[in-house]
Design a protein. Structure first.
Length: 455
């Protein structure tokens, strides 16, 4: 095999390289180009036997925006392998993977070791390739391409360049997320991503996040604020499945001059389907697990003398739980000395909104459980029932409440199912649903690659 090297070559040792590599599928479209090479660097190559290959960004280029796609073209050959190696500015390694241009071959198993391999999309003719994902900021990048002519003669071409660094104050980081890796959650659980800086290029960030599921699911993202993105399924998740969220934030331009600096993977499990229903005038909560009623609980809900002590109607999600909790109405806008103020020590509390609603034990209200609504807005239960519900609850379980004149706001806690599906889609960046997981999809998750359709 012939080896061709574009000039100039950068002084990067092989030991410092992070092999991130590139499998391919077919695609089409446009994408912006990257930074130019220094004057005189060129891409002239020796006229050797075998196909010619052109790689952009140009060899020797510096300060290339990390969200610039890597493009490969071979006018007189077929691209058989593309590898993208990256070394962080401090020489640290992020991982090592590699695949052939067809996504197969002896090294294809490496994708399982590094979930953030820079894969690519190959044209149907096999003569053009584009990277799917962004590059690391502040990295020394080596692109190695193998192409073959009609006679099987192969040429290896190598090009090197560096990417722009993300400067302090303009580095997008993941601030927090729900759920966390390892969590087992209820079927209503959304994926909540909080960033440390405002995101104005929301489509770029959204396209850098993949959600994959074992069962086919229709879902979509919403931006609740400029720092907070939420993914929810159209209906609830199917129970008993694994969900993976890959945040390919490294290199994404979240706002002008603001770049993501690290990738993250979140893996969680959807457990059994627990759905509780409660018609407030009936003073009873019914709990089903996987479609079967397992408990009917006598309750006392809000007295509804004022708005603040009216239990909200709508689809609630369980958010967190406590064995013991001090409930102080000052935290929800009713300070001491005002009508409706309370401060209580309660046990076995499960939060269902951010306006102070919990299910909890209320032994002082035992005479009204199952017969009258007299609480400050919470769902009162006996100690035994409250402890049982607490112990059964997972983050993201469903509580469907009806029968009051106060609706749960969609952004009160995790009231995201209060928006109809059409409303949810209308507040997404793309306005389109994503189909993820199952045998009816390509398994690529949502929303897909950043550059892969720009071939």
């Amino acid at each position: 095999m012939k080896r061709r090297t574009t000039q100039p070559r950068l002084a990067v040792t092989a030991a410092a390289l992070v092999l991130l590599a590139a499998g391919c599928t077919s695609g089409g479209g446009d994408e912006p180009g990257g930074a130019s090479a220094p004057e005189g660097s060129g891409q002239e190559q020796e006229q050797e036997q075998g196909p010619r290959v052109e790689i952009t960004p140009a060899p020797g280029a510096t300060g290339v925006a990390p969200n610039t796609p890597v493009r490969v073209e071979s006018a007189d050959g077929t691209i058989t392998d593309v590898r993208i190696e990256q070394a962080a500015a401090d020489g640290t390694a992020e991982g090592e993977t590699g695949t052939g241009a067809g996504g197969q071959g002896p090294e294809s198993s490496a994708d399982e070791e590094d979930p953030f391999a820079v894969t690519g999309t190959l044209s149907e003719a096999g003569d053009a390739w584009i990277s799917d994902w962004n590059l690391m900021p502040g990295a020394a990048v080596t692109v190695t391409v193998t192409a073959a002519d009609a006679d099987g003669e192969e040429t290896e071409t190598v090009s090197e360049f560096t990417t722009l660094e993300a400067v302090p104050g303009q580095r997008l980081e993941l601030a927090s997320n729900f759920p966390n890796s390892g969590d087992v959650v209820g079927v209503g659980m959304p994926v909540i991503i909080n960033f440390d800086l405002p995101v104005t290029h929301k489509a770029q960030v959204e396209n850098s996040i993949e959600v994959t599921a074992e069962q086919e699911t229709e879902g979509a993202w919403n931006w609740v604020t400029d720092e907070m993105a939420v993914f929810r399924p159209k209906e609830y998740w199917d129970p008993y499945q694994e969900i993976t969220v890959d945040l390919r934030l490294a290199g994404v331009e979240a706002a002008d001059g603001v770049y993501g600096v690290a990738n993250h993977r979140i893996e969680f499990e959807v457990g059994r389907e627990l759905i509780s229903t409660m018609h407030v005038p009936d003073h009873e909560m019914n709990v089903t697990v996987d479609g079967e009623t397992v408990r009917s609980i006598p309750v006392s809900n809000g007295a509804a003398e004022e708005r603040f002590d009216t239990t909200t109607s709508g689809t609630h999600l369980t958010m967190e739980k406590y064995e013991s909790l001090v409930m102080d109405s000052a935290t929800v806008g009713i300070p001491e000395g005002e009508p409706g103020y309370y401060r209580l020590d309660v046990d076995w509390a499960v939060r269902t909104s951010n306006s102070g609603e919990f299910t909890h034990a209320a032994p002082w209200n035992s005479d009204n459980l199952g017969s009258a609504n007299t609480s400050n807005g919470c769902t009162n239960m006996s100690v035994e029932d409250a402890r049982w519900f607490h112990d059964q609850s997972l983050m993201g379980d469903i509580l469907e409440t009806t029968g009051t004149d106060r609706e749960l706001e969609w952004d009160n806690g995790w009231g995201y199912y209060q928006r109809s599906w059409d409303e949810w889609l209308s507040h997404s960046v793309t306005g389109e649903p994503q189909i993820i997981g199952g045998t009816g999809t390509d398994g690529s998750g949502t929303p897909g690659s950043v550059h892969g359709e720009g071939l």
